[in-house]
Design a protein. Structure first.
Length: 366
């Protein structure tokens, strides 16, 4: 009776697939799969890394753009709605401006009109918008010299709201910031606004300039001085959470959507982020990165993938595989699939046979 039960069980198991939580490597990239025209398979190694790293980005989420740093203005131009303080020195005894015993007249906090002008006593309307500080002071002094030959003019400019930048979100103190320093940069603005919010794990800087938007991870802006761009009046800065992610599937310790925790994630980083491989089930020779490229990225000259659907194979059991995994970049929306070891299936089969054999013993006791 025991023999019959075991034989029937073996036959039944052989005729059906055992339940598994992940595919084995040969099911995804076996000989038949590699010969298919709608799928490209690449082994990640020292030899292939250099060309793969130069391929186009698979999606727009990783295609960052950023303006040139720019040079600080030696003397910022005056803009409409700035405020100016004008002080006029007059040494003449019968001054038109000053009272007896005084030799200066101060005209403070005069707003530059929308037309770019200010009104000054005895000289009338003077256009100063668009002019650097020194040129505007010279123009005002020449106007006064026409009526007061000995006049000397001092000019101070306080930037108005149109001479400011706005930090709109993702910081402790959002709001407009007046730029008094001509070399006022993105990091200056974020620091002035209280720094990035502690609730954002992987901050991304968004810069809106005119009709264009730029994005760059804060980590990269801080690491590369050329990314710390000089801001222009009217710029808007936001600190946002990086929304990139990759999928973890198969015989991994964690199956989930994994958000990027830093600007660049390697395959080796991804292994750590998913908690490593399942000791019992995983095949360390079969780590697969599934990626879909846009059709315009496909190339026939090795400057891009051979197919939109591409599978990258990583072997973590060799030194070359480990080093290569540390340099292979994982992109947003990639699928990191840890295949299951064929030994795991045998273990499941043996475990089932042991249970069946135990059942047969119980039957014989009846």
């Amino acid at each position: 009776m025991r023999f019959v039960l075991v034989a029937v069980s073996v036959f039944a198991l052989a005729s059906c697939s055992l339940p598994r939580g992940a595919p084995i490597q040969s099911e995804i990239i076996g000989k038949e799969a590699e010969e298919r025209s709608d799928l490209a398979v690449y082994r990640v190694s020292r030899e292939t890394l250099s060309s793969i790293s130069r391929w186009p980005s698979p999606n727009n989420s990783a295609a960052y753009s950023w303006p040139a740093r720019g040079a600080p203005a030696a003397d910022r131009a005056i803009r409409a709605f700035d405020r100016v303080d004008v002080t006029v020195w007059d040494s003449e005894e019968d001054s038109l401006l000053s009272s007896p015993g005084q030799n200066t007249v101060q005209m403070q906090s005069m707003q530059v009109s929308a037309a770019g002008t200010v009104f000054l006593p005895f000289v009338g309307t003077v256009h100063i918008a668009g002019m650097p500080h020194a040129a505007a002071r010279t123009r005002i002094q020449r106007k006064y010299e026409e009526v007061i030959p000995s006049a000397q003019v001092q000019l101070n400019v306080q930037p108005g709201t149109r001479g400011a930048v706005s930090v709109v979100s993702g910081v402790s103190r959002p709001g407009p910031i007046t730029m008094e320093d001509p070399d006022f940069t993105v990091l200056n603005a974020i620091a002035t606004a209280g720094g990035p919010s502690a609730r954002i794990d992987n901050p991304l800087v968004k810069l809106i300039r005119g009709n264009r938007s730029y994005r760059r991870p804060l980590e990269q802006v801080m690491a590369n001085a050329s990314y710390d761009v000089v801001l222009q009046p009217g710029d808007k800065v936001a600190v946002e959470e990086d929304k990139r992610y990759f999928r973890s599937l198969g015989a991994a310790s964690r199956e989930a959507l994994i958000p990027f925790s830093k600007a660049d994630i390697s395959a080796l980083d991804a292994m750590s982020m998913i908690g490593g491989l399942s000791d019992i089930r995983a095949n360390p020779k079969g780590i697969l990165i599934l990626r879909e490229y846009p059709s315009k990225a496909v190339r026939a000259d090795n400057s891009g993938p051979d197919n939109t659907r591409s599978v990258f194979v990583i072997d973590l059991t060799t030194a070359d595989g480990l080093f290569s995994a540390g340099k292979f970049s994982v992109h947003s929306q990639d699928t990191v699939l840890v295949t299951e070891s064929s030994v795991a299936s045998v273990s499941v089969l043996l475990d089932l046979l042991r249970k069946i054999a135990g059942t047969a013993v119980d039957v014989n006791k009846l």
